[in-house]
Ligand binder design. Structure first.
Ligand code: MG
Length: 96
């Protein structure tokens, strides 16, 4: 399911010309970060509808990157979620 969304996001971006020239991975990661910042601003304004839309943009840009690079995101998420279950309470000694 998730890998299908990655393919779809990538194919949509490609069809709209966003992959006509190669993009550096750092640029694509920065664009994901830009969507995170847009979500932050939506939350600061109390705009719940836009907050959800910007979180969707974070996912779509992540899916696009994974589609471009042929990353099996579904498997990576499953593995990481299982690993997270094994971690100790508030692991890493960080405040949050
Ligand atoms: Mg956005």
């Amino acid at each position: 399911m998730i890998n299908n969304l990655c393919k779809e996001a990538y194919m949509t971006a490609k069809s709209k010309g966003w992959h006509d020239e190669p993009s550096e991975t750092g640029t694509l990661l920065a664009l994901i970060h830009a969507e995170v910042s847009e979500a932050l601003e939506a939350d600061r304004k109390g705009d719940h509808e836009n907050f959800a839309e910007e979180l969707a943009d974070v996912c779509i840009r992540t899916f696009d990157l994974c589609g471009l690079k042929g990353i099996d995101l579904e498997s990576a998420i499953s593995k990481k979620m299982e690993f997270n279950k094994t971690r100790p309470y508030k692991h890493g000694g960080k405040a949050y």
